[in-house]
Ligand binder design. Structure first.
Ligand code: UD2
Ligand code: MN
Length: 570
């Protein structure tokens, strides 16, 4: 085993006053309310999509503390571990974020294991990222910069960094990270034992406003795993823990997908497995592509609860996206076409815009299809069965109606789930029908569920007078009464359990439940409406069906919400 001395970093962290801003990962709150500071704060947010004023207040050498579980702290790391090149790509990153990332790597990685840090500048235009940065890192001995002549996007930028790397392991980081003590050794040990393992640290949240970084415990980590949705987005979900097999706090755990920015992988295996898809542009999709490729082609993907790295999560990208949102669709379409087999239909159903070739093209896929063939990768059905069995797709014949849920044919308003993270408990809203699927794609199943599975498999059920997203229970268990809906012949969406009907609340642009009224147009829906890019996903089933022997139960009364806002059913 390595001794503590052998694992000393190249640079010791300089002594920082423990009460200095942000020390030990503490939050820094701006107390100066002067107009001048307010202006600086606002400018910082506009430019970087995080609180740049706060970022600058905090030492580039701050400590984030060591809150690892005891099991991790006492762990010794077996000799020999491979060395690594840390690759940090950036486009117009703030100096404070970028350099804190660099220093945190230098001060928390063993000198003998850190071959080099490679900064890849993806054509930044901020003036201090030019010569000033070159001069600054020249003093840091093992830090190199690669300058890309034009904007390449994060995928190609990482490829450029990997090409220069000399270490036997490639460790990728975003340019706004902070490594916790001994973040590297656990990942390198897993790879030393088996170089087909790709290992991610636990990603801690660095608050974009206060730069607080909390370190979570292994328990939390073990309960979180990476998943994917049919729209090919990444998400976190609780891990199923087998009570008979308790999880050890220092044990690496598999994950179906990775977030994308932070991982370590044997350099040899990275190239063996086809590095990245060089035809993916700017941002997005590469993490799912790589996750599927790892699992389907013989490797494994893990999160190590002893390795912690913070990342600033931002609500928007601070940089331009050449090509707009179609770029992500282009990338995802490549993933669907190469890796999803017949399940690509599930993706196209949710993102119809991707299917229509004239809108978004995938480009030439020959090389990636050949790669999959040459590596003798397993099929997507194998991935579902073995790696992510919870990925459920309602069989087509069980979808009675699918697509938009339009409130009476003339309203132009559709049921909408503005819920990009696939959260539970999010209220349904109404929005102009856009025909693009995504937030407005719902399925009415033969079981009576209304499923929305854009970013996560969710079922609609009432909460008070509102309709919210909830975890689907089927197919694990029978559909509970609260998740059962009935589409009547005249277009009411009836909820037998509450004896109420889905109603468009025009004043709140929301959808709720009210007593069913026969003539109320705010209660008449077109389920499976199609427009614009929306393609036909109707199955030949008559909507006039009864469920569990129930039929809709009307009253002729006019009803109103119980709140002070009187909404008549019109
Ligand atoms: C997440 C990942 C990110 C990547 C992305 C999907 C984490 C914590 N982050 O997004 O690594 O997998 O999902 O593609 O898992 N950059 C460039 N050139 C560009 C655009 C971005 O170099 O054209 C850099 C950027 O400066 C940053 C990195 O790429 O260092 C990732 O970009 P981000 O931080 O905006 O992405 P994020 O964290 O939202
Ligand atoms: Mn990032």
């Amino acid at each position: 085993f390595y001794t503590e001395d052998e694992l000393a970093p190249l640079f010791e962290r300089p002594k920082v006053d423990p009460s200095a801003p942000g020390e030990y990962g503490k939050a820094y709150k701006v107390t100066d309310n002067s107009a001048e500071v307010k202006k600086l704060v606002k400018e910082g947010w506009d430019k970087h999509a995080f609180n740049h004023y706060v970022c600058q207040k905090i030492s580039l050498h701050r400590s984030v503390g060591d809150k690892r579980d005891q099991e991790c702290k006492v762990r010794k790391w077996r000799k020999p571990l491979p060395d690594t090149s840390v690759i940090i790509i950036f486009h117009n990153e703030a100096w404070c974020a970028l350099l804190r990332t660099v220093h945190s790597v230098l001060e928390n990685s063993p000198k003998i294991l850190l071959k080099e840090i490679i900064l890849v500048d993806d054509a930044s235009t901020l003036s201090n990222l030019g010569k000033e940065l070159t001069d600054y890192v020249a003093k840091l001995q093992i830090v190199k910069i690669i300058r890309l002549p034009s904007r390449a996007g994060l995928i190609r930028a990482r490829l450029a960094g990997a090409q220069e790397a000399q270490g036997s392991v490639l460790t990728f980081l975003d340019s706004h990270c902070e490594c916790a003590p001994h973040w590297l050794e656990p990942m390198l040990e897993r790879i030393a034992e088996d170089n087909t393992r790709v290992v991610c640290p636990v990603i801690e949240v660095i608050d974009a406003d206060t730069f607080a970084m909390s370190l979570t415990t292994a328990r939390y980590t073990s309960e979180n795993t990476g998943i994917l949705s049919w729209s090919l987005g990444f998400n976190w979900a609780p891990r199923k823990i087998n009570p008979g097999q308790p999880i050890k706090n220092d044990e690496a755990l598999t994950s179906a997908t990775m977030a994308g920015g932070l991982f370590a992988m044997s350099r040899k295996y990275f190239y063996h497995l086809g590095s990245y898809d060089n035809d993916m542009l700017v941002w997005g999709g590469e993490n799912i592509e790589m996750s599927l490729r790892i699992w389907m082609c013989g490797g494994s993907l893990e999160i190590h609860p002893c390795s912690h790295v913070g990342h600033v999560f931002r609500k928007r990208a601070p940089y331009s996206h050449p090509g707009g949102s179609d770029v992500i669709t282009h990338n995802n379409k490549r993933v669907a076409e190469v890796w999803l087999d017949e399940y690509k239909e599930q993706y196209y159903k949710r993102v119809p815009r991707a299917r229509a070739v004239s809108y978004v093209e995938a480009g030439d896929l020959t090389a990636r299809i050949k790669l999959r063939h040459d590596l003798k990768c397993r099929n997507f059905q194998w991935y579902i069965t073995n790696i992510y069995p919870a990925l459920y797709a309602t069989p087509k014949e069980d979808i009675l109606k699918g697509g938009e849920v339009l409130n009476n044919i003339t309203s132009k308003y559709c049921l909408d789930s503005a819920n990009p993270d696939g959260k539970v408990g999010v209220k349904m809203t109404m929005y102009v029908c856009h025909g693009m699927g995504v937030n407005q794609d719902f399925d009415l199943t033969r079981n009576g569920e209304i499923r929305h599975s854009y970013s996560k498999e969710l079922c609609l059920q009432p909460s008070g007078n509102s309709i919210v997203t909830y975890d689907c229970v089927f197919p694990k268990k029978a559909v509970p009464p609260e998740q059962k809906w009935l589409l009547t012949q005249d277009g009411h969406i009836y909820h037998p359990d509450s004896n109420l009907c889905l109603t468009y609340n025009i004043h709140h642009l929301s959808a709720g439940l009210l007593k069913c009224v026969k003539q109320g147009t705010s209660q008449i829906w077109v389920f499976g409406h199609k427009d614009g890019y929306q393609e036909d996903y109707q199955v030949d089933v008559n909507a006039n069906y009864t469920m569990d022997g129930l039929t809709a139960n009307y009253t002729d009364q006019e009803v109103a919400y119980e709140s002070t806002d009187q909404v008549d059913v019109i």
